[in-house]
Design a protein around this ligand. Sequence first.
Ligand code: ADP
Ligand code: MG
Ligand code: MG
Length: 920
Amino acid sequence: MSKKWVYLFEEVAEAEKYAGNWEGVRSLLGGKGSGLADMTRAGVPVPPGFTVSTEACNEFRKTNSFPAGQWDQMLAALKEVEKQTGKKFGDPSNPLLVSCRSGAKFSMPGMMNTILNIGLNDQVVEGMIKLTNNPRFVWDSYRRLIEMFGTTVFNVDDEVFEHPMAEYKAHKGYKLDTEMTADDWKALVGTFKEAYKKHIGSDFPQDVFKQMELATKAVFESWMGKRAIDYRRATNISDDLGTAVNIQTMVFGNMGEDSGTGVAFTRNPSTGEKKMMGDYLLNAQGEDVVAGIRNADPIEKLVNNMPEVYNQFMDITSKLEKHYKDMQDVEFTIERGKLFMLQTRSGKRTAKSAVKIAVDMANEGLISKEEAVLRVSPDNVDALLHPQFDDKAKKEAEKAGKFLAKGVNASPGAAVGQAYFDADTAERMSKEEKQDTIMVRPFTKPDDVHGMIASKGVLTSEGGATSHAAVVARQFGIPCVVGASAIKIDLEKRVMDVDGKTVKEGEWISVDGTTGQVFIGKIAATAPTLEEQTELLTLLTWADEITARPDIRTLPDGRKAPGVQVWANADYPKDAQRARSYGAQGIGLCRTEHMFFEPERLPIVQKMILAETSEERTKQLNLLLPSQRKDFDGLFEAMNGQPVIIRLIDPPLHEFMPDEEALLEEVITMRVKGETTGLAAKEGLLASIKSLHESNPMMGLRGVRLSIAMPEIVEMQVRAIFEAAADCALRGIVVKPEVMIPLTGTVKELEWIQPRLVRIAATVLAEKKVAKLDYKFGTMIEIPRAAVTAGEIAKLAEFFSFGTNDLTQMTFGYSRDDAERNFLVTYVEQGILAVNPFQSLDREGVGKLMQWAVNEGRKTRPDLEVGICGEHGGDPSSIEWCHLIGNNYVSCSPFRVPVARLAASHMAMKYNGATIKEDK
Ligand code: ADP
Ligand code: MG
Ligand code: MG
């Protein structure tokens, strides 16, 4: 017997047995098929049908024909469906019609093909007219089949059918489809058949089995269509999954005013509010609502049209939500007063809604806190901290007459960009001209997705909250306003206007996806603070609780430990305050040299650098001491109770000096003009700058090397750190300073400098009479030699902090600026590098060095504290690596802290058996 390729909706138990678990059923039958089967099992009214598995699709892709046994199994399953419905496929006296629906494991809305009304031909049409007494409905269904068959099975352009239809309507003076009579549709069927033959070269197939066969193949083929591939690339869905095909009895929402069709979300997919949100249309078929072609009614209104159906619908959907423990996105059709469910799946949602739903469901007891934390992605958190329009700026724009229109707020966020009226242009302007673009269309279709992804925002004049534009924009986190019907878009003239206010293609507009407003021109946007987002705060607190469990991680040496903490890089007290309010548990990097650039300090710094004697240098440094002390004071105060890592001066000295070329030009000009006052001083300065010149300063006199050449600078810094620490301690603040020596390459460097600095620390504390203070001296690991000799280095260093930017540069031998400008893009495109190693840590090379260093370091010093500072600290994949090698913390920019907190908790759970959600 051949393999089982076909499963009736009733056969879900068999599928489960074969696939092992529900995840497996979803892979085998696709999201749609498994949902239909699961609903059938639960007794929900679902039109009977069967699913051809994704395995069959994958076989088909190899050989370009159905695998042995598939077709016979489809025919046998069809017989079963005929039994269940009492109808017969292709029998004019009592015909069964079916739809042929694609459905992969992960939903790809509108990306693949679905064909409705299969089973109609010239004879069946006649029979159905007798049976239904509704010739208008039957001819309309037939013309839909011919059109869908042509466009999806043979990929002819919509226009082939839409154009003659528009012409016909114009000729008759009709505006709406509803004005078309039975005879009109009948006439159009003739026209469509001619168009079909002209463009495809054969007649529309009258053999209903041929229809089913071709439709099934077309769905399989659509898996490798350009639209579907583009979508998978953008969402990281694997090509190997394949799509299933669902053959399902047709039910008709277009049989009159007691029929209809709709889509709904069990909670608001935009805000997360616990309230059903959906649209429906009476006397309409499937695609009409989704395409947003006719303006649909909100689901609440259904209670007036059909109270019983409405109640049944609310009851079923609430059960579905409880069953799947997630917000559901459902499709339904009402045929002559009877409700059928056609699809249920976890609904796509905005970041805001994802967080609210997760927290609400945990509070409702539907899911655990862990599950809630797992349901939100680091990208979601990132999106929530992104800019929103400033209310004041919007009011001003309104006063200035810049308000254009209001539509449906389909996907939140602020987008400012130049308007383009088609997907290709929007994509080109964004990619080639590096413009911020807004894609503007009457409505969007699956072919438009590339333009949407390339744009900062999307605006449509038609469609509702469940239209294609809205669904796709939410998925990609693109701010989007739909159905701004006041806007008239002229695609020929490339302008849009509202009551005389016009926007030409390429002009700036601002789209507020949170409120639905659209403005002419650019409006200022601000990032919302975390404090305002209570659900997110709750979720992150839960995440931290999970990460902090003392035994959630097994370190490489077998000891138990909590997960990775998140610290922040902060140079100033105000950054430290932000870091703390964003949930940082320490400062992982304070760059002291930034403080040297302040306008009132820089001249002193320059004099210090140019000093000829140590006394002169110390004199200038003493002038800097009070301000450095004040900086640290503020930092310690902000971080009361938490560790603060302060890095001693790192960059080469020339960075503090005036620009050599500009100075040279000044000197030459003075000489030419014969000006003498101040010339000698400038010449002296120029000579000094020249003497500081190095051919490769980033590898020259900097970091610890500079400290050894001019110890006075770091001696002053350490004094400032400990004076501030002592003062704070005396004020009752809990201070934990950690002094970090940059750019160490050999332990000998530390042996030279560290004891001097430790002595200063002790002296200051004695002077200030502070008996006990927690402090550490440690080093950055950013030179491969330091990583390799970490065991030695840990003899002195009490902590390591990987400077992953420099470590990446030196391990690869790339200078970052040159690499990113000249060849990294090519390297990634050519697959020489999988990703830019400055964005995501290179585990095989840089990561291995880190792993070695942690292991060796802890052999010498088991309680060695290890972290990373550098941009990788906020990148989820890099955080995973830090979790694995046993880092205590990652340190990143304050704005990334919430993202990193979530990622850290995910890793803690992942290595305790949780699956990080794969759902796209
Ligand atoms: P997509 O994945 O693009 O949403 P679907 O397979 O869900 O495609 O089908 C497209 C539209 O056709 C949906 O509105 C759906 O409800 C409707 N539809 C599909 N099958 C049937 C059927 N057997 N009877 C009535 N409507 C159907
Ligand atoms: Mg669907
Ligand atoms: Mg560095």
